[in-house]
Design a protein around this ligand. Structure first.
Ligand code: MN
Length: 247
């Protein structure tokens, strides 16, 4: 996210409080002001409720040498766009199923909804989880992880280990869990598996091979080390401040 973005725009861009809220922030309708929406209505804008690919919060090459511009361009323009398209197509198929009263494909469609929906949410958070040069872990989130993990070093070591060890295509996730009012380190397989329901992801690291293979080949550990150098803990702190309102 851009440093100049105000809180309202931040909320609209990434949402807070639930996956549903985060996803609502990425729809075409809510991304537009009233004036823009009026203009969009007479152009080829997607209908309200259609998910759209957010812009990267920096130039493609802004994270070099950690990640090449080509890596981010392919990852954002092709892979993330694919999840957005898949999410919209799945919702259309679910609408058609309701219309026809035919739920023969409901298992496959429900799986597709979770996969593409979670893919869109996680990638939207991923772009914002990095910033050129990184942003230090300080403030309330730093205090919380020191309490919940013993020390910041232990927290970062667990996050790095969990991220490196995600099985096959997955993610490392730092999340706030409102019922226990604590920070958790989670892994995700694919995009949607291994979550704890109700958590608010604060900072995420994509370890699908498409995220790093051009730059690091099979050296996932080197990529994760580079990610920690670019991690945007200021973004995570803003998410944390909002998430704390849930419990
Ligand atoms: Mn990815």
């Amino acid at each position: 996210m851009r440093d100049g973005m105000d809180r309202r725009d931040f909320m609209k861009t990434v949402g807070i409080g639930s996956v549903a809220a985060a996803m609502a922030g990425g729809t075409a309708g809510s991304a537009l002001g009233a004036e823009e929406a009026g203009v969009a209505a007479i152009t080829a804008a997607p209908p309200r409720g259609t998910y759209v690919l957010p812009e990267l919060p920096y130039a493609y090459g802004a994270l070099e040498p950690f990640l090449a511009g080509q890596t981010l361009k392919l990852h954002h323009d092709k892979h993330h766009q694919g999840y957005v398209n898949g999410l919209n197509a799945t919702l259309e198929k679910l609408a058609a199923a309701r219309q026809a009263g035919d739920y023969g494909a409901i298992k496959r469609l429900s799986r597709s909804l979770a996969f593409h929906g979670s893919g869109h949410v996680l990638h939207t958070l991923y772009w914002n989880s990095m910033t050129p040069g990184g942003a230090a872990l300080t403030g309330p989130l730093a205090e919380a992880v020191a309490k919940d993990f013993g020390s910041q070093e232990a927290f970062l070591a667990q996050f790095a280990a969990a991220t490196r060890a995600a099985e096959a295509s997955g993610w490392g996730v730092v999340a706030y869990e409102p019922m226990g009012r604590r920070v958790l380190v989670l892994q995700a397989e694919k995009h949607q598996n291994l979550t704890v329901w109700g958590v608010v992801p604060l900072l995420v690291c994509d370890v699908w091979e498409h995220a790093y293979y051009l730059d690091y080949q099979n050296r996932r550990g080197d990529y994760v080390k580079g990610f920690l150098g670019a991690a945007n803990w200021a973004f995570a702190n803003r998410r944390y401040a909002q998430a704390r309102k849930l419990g």
